[in-house]
Design a protein around this ligand. Structure first.
Ligand SMILES: *Cc1c(COP(=O)(O)O)cnc(C)c1O
Length: 379
């Protein structure tokens, strides 16, 4: 690949931080874990932060901590990474998908309200591609109907909705630190919550169901090993210490793309940012206009990859994933807005060190790929 789809930003301080843990006696369950949690909680403005082994693990523990289980319905979005819905299936709870708003690509609160039944226990909303969901409307519904509200903030570290940081809106929220996210710990995630009970149960569940205190072999509940090691936490501390700088670089890259693509208007639309939102860029996803088909989009991806450009179709809707189709009988057409958007998205290379000339190269090849499609059509 000449320009990869993503690339983590690792500097000398990050490397030194990890190496210093390797020279210490505490590779896991040591002092870096609570240090990372304290610093992260302070950054978000959350009362509690619980480090876990992945974003998926964090979502699973939120579901468990809220006692969402067999037969309970949770209203969520089909336009997301599959983990935001799988975490419900782990506990035999039922995802009730509703369609999205074309403006933000996040769940549509009006459709959420129509989907609420006596079995509904929670709303699980995702800040898609870093754009905050409509948290005022969702919070209002959660209070009105007595539902839990879970924020999947795995793509929105540093984003703001009406001036408040993402991760502060629900009963609990989850961040993720896979290497393609805004900051990384290799693998890793973080639950944040203002609720003491959720924090306490999540801490126990991530550590084999142990209670607090130091009785290492007393297991109060069915737990997991969802711990994050001190090696990962040291990397997290180092990355978090320059998060503003990292996010600034990413927003500069988004600006390059916005500028270069400004005269592609007829064929490609760039990401929209609503006026109530400040976005922390996770990915840069453009959309081909409506006269292109999914096959056209797939052809553009193929052409770009052949030129050494990393790109992807973020995200194929969850309800048409093979496992969901066979388990729940979903079919194309069930969530038409999510499907129409998903069939035309192209995630372009996006990372903090992407240069202006990289962006120009990518957009030049995108322009040529589109021109080729149009020429073929007129043959
Ligand atoms: C990245 C991501 C997750 C969790 O990812 P992990 O790989 O488990 O850390 C969950 N939900 C969304 C929307 C994501 O983008």
């Amino acid at each position: 690949m000449k320009v990869p789809l993503s690339r983590p930003e690792i500097n000398r301080d990050d490397i030194n931080a990890v190496v210093s843990v390797m020279r210490s006696p505490y590779l896991s369950t040591g002092p870096r874990v609570s240090q990372f949690e304290c610093l992260f909680a302070r950054y978000i403005g959350a009362r509690h932060a619980i480090a876990v082994s992945s974003g998926t693990a964090g979502l699973h523990l939120c579901v468990r901590s809220l006692n969402i289980g067999e037969g309970d319905e949770v209203i969520t979005t089909p336009f997301s990474f599959v983990a935001s819905s799988n975490c419900l299936l782990f506990e035999r709870s039922i995802p009730r998908f509703v369609d999205i708003l074309p403006s933000t690509l996040c769940i549509d609160p009006e459709k959420v309200e129509s989907a609420i039944t006596s079995k509904t226990k929670a709303i699980l909303a995702v800040d898609v591609f870093g754009h905050p969901a409509d948290w005022d409307a969702l919070g209002h519904l959660a209070r009105k109907y007595g539902l839990h509200l879970i924020e999947d903030a795995c793509e929105s570290l540093g984003s703001k909705y009406k001036g408040k940081l993402c991760g502060t809106f629900g009963d609990c929220a989850v961040f993720a630190f896979y290497p393609n996210k805004q900051m990384t710990t290799g693998e890793g995630g973080m639950i944040v919550t203002k609720r003491e009970e959720i924090a306490r149960i999540s801490r126990s569940l991530r550590n084999q169901g142990r209670s607090e205190g130091d009785q290492w072999l007393v297991h109060e509940r069915l737990g997991y090993n969802y711990r994050l090691s001190d090696l990962s936490c040291a990397l997290g501390i180092s990355q978090l210490s320059r998060i503003d700088e990292i996010l600034k670089k990413r927003s500069v890259v988004a600006l390059y793309y916005n500028e270069i693509l400004s005269d592609f208007g007829e064929f490609v639309s760039v990401p929209l940012v609503q006026k109530e939102a400040e976005i922390s860029w996770f990915v840069y996803v453009v959309r081909l206009s409506d006269d292109f088909s999914q096959a056209d989009r797939d052809e553009v991806l193929r052409i770009l990859r052949a030129k050494g450009i990393g790109c992807s179709n973020y995200f194929p809707p969850i309800h048409v994933q093979p496992f969901y189709k066979t388990t729940f009988g979903y079919k194309p057409g069930d969530f038409p807005i999510a499907e129409a958007i998903a069939s035309r998205t192209i995630a372009l290379p996006f990372f903090s060190s992407l240069s202006r000339s990289n962006a120009e190269f990518v957009c030049g090849e995108l322009r040529e790929a589109i021109a080729k499609l149009k020429a073929n059509r007129h043959e």
